[in-house]
Design a binder for this molecule. Structure first.
Ligand code: HPA
Length: 273
C-alpha cells in the first residue's frame, strides 16, 4: 500500500495554497462531459500540467483542469479529465482527483463517465445512475490500493454507492423530468473497446453498462469515508449490441448532445445535497 500523503505532498500543498476556498462537493467529469465546468461560475481554474507532481492525461476530450466553482452557494471542486489505468498509470495515480478532493475538505463526490450500454432498454444519450459497481477485473489492485491485503480480513468491501446521495440524484431527476436509468457498471481495463463476445460474457454477469474508469475512484472515496455516487452517460451501444462500429468520436459526440440534460441534473443535485 502506497502512502498517498507522502506521494502527493507537493500536489496537495500547491493546491491548498492556490485554492480560493475549501470545497464541500467534488465532481469528476468524464469523457465529453467536461463542458459542465464552463456552465457555472468558476473562481479559479488550474491546468493539471501546471501542478508539480500531477500525472498527465493523454486522452482526447480530457482537458486536465481543476476548477474551483460555486453554484447555489455550494463550494465545488470540478475535475475536467481524469487519468486512466490503461494509460499506464498505477491505480494509486488514477485516484488522485479523489485524494485531492478529500484532502481539500470535500466530503461528497459525484463521479461521472461515458459508458457503453449493454442493457437492451438503454439507448445512446441515456443517463444511468450506478446502483452497483463491478470491479472484479481489478479486485487485486483495489485491495492493494486500500491496504486490505490480509486474506482473513472480514471487511466485505465497502458500502457504495452512498444510498442517501443516490436518493438525492433520483429525486433530482424526477424534479427535472429526466428519465434517469439505473444499473450496474462493469469495469474493463481497456484500452481497446470490448469484443461482442466479451460483452455477451459480462452481460450474463449482470452488467448494464461498461466503461474503463470510476470503480477504483468510488472504492477509494468510500474507503476515505466520502459519500460517493456515480452517473454514466450511455454514449454508445456496447460492442455487438448494435451493428455499429465503436469509436471515441461517437462517445464524445453523444456526450456533447446530452450535455444540457446532464448539466440540468447535476445542477439540481448540487442544489439538493
Ligand atoms: N466500452 C468501454 N468503455 C466505454 C464505452 C464502451 O463501449 N463507451 C464509453 N466508454
Amino acid at each position: 500500500m502506497i502512502n498517498l500523503n507522502s506521494k502527493y505532498k507537493t500536489v496537495i500543498n500547491f493546491l491548498k495554497s492556490e485554492a480560493p476556498f475549501e470545497p464541500e462537493f467534488s465532481i469528476i467529469l468524464g469523457s465529453g462531459l467536461g463542458d459542465f465546468a464552463e456552465q457555472i461560475h468558476t473562481h479559479k481554474s488550474i491546468s493539471t500540467s501546471d501542478i508539480p507532481g500531477y500525472p498527465a492525461s493523454t486522452v482526447i476530450g480530457h482537458k486536465g483542469k481543476i476548477h474551483f466553482a460555486e453554484y447555489e452557494n455550494k463550494k465545488l471542486i470540478l475535475f475536467q479529465g481524469r487519468v486512466h489505468f490503461y494509460e499506464g498509470y498505477d491505480i494509486n495515480e488514477c485516484v488522485i482527483p479523489v485524494f485531492i478532493s478529500y484532502k481539500l475538505g470535500a466530503d461528497k463526490l459525484l463521479l461521472t463517465n461515458a459508458a457503453g450500454g449493454i442493457n437492451k432498454n438503454f439507448s445512446p444519450g441515456d443517463l444511468m445512475l450506478i446502483t452497483s459497481f463491478n470491479g472484479i477485473l481489478i479486485k487485486k489492485e483495489l485491495t492493494d490500493l486500500i491496504g486490505l491485503t490480509n486474506p482473513t480480513a472480514k471487511n466485505n468491501f465497502l458500502v457504495l454507492p452512498h444510498p442517501k446521495l443516490n436518493s438525492v440524484i433520483k429525486l433530482s431527476a424526477q424534479k427535472e423530468k429526466i428519465d434517469l436509468k439505473e444499473g450496474v457498471y462493469f469495469y474493463t481495463k481497456g484500452p481497446t473497446y470490448e469484443t461482442p463476445a466479451e460483452i455477451r460474457f459480462i452481460e450474463k454477469f449482470g452488467a448494464d453498462a461498461v466503461g474503463m474508469s470510476t470503480v477504483h475512484e468510488a472504492v477509494y472515496a468510500a474507503y476515505l469515508g466520502m459519500k460517493v455516487s456515480a452517473i454514466s452517460c450511455i454514449t454508445n451501444f456496447a460492442a455487438g449490441i448494435s451493428d455499429q462500429k465503436l469509436s471515441h468520436s461517437e462517445v464524445t459526440e453523444t456526450a456533447d448532445r446530452v450535455k444540457d440534460t446532464f448539466a440540468k441534473l447535476v445542477k439540481s443535485v448540487i442544489k439538493s445535497v
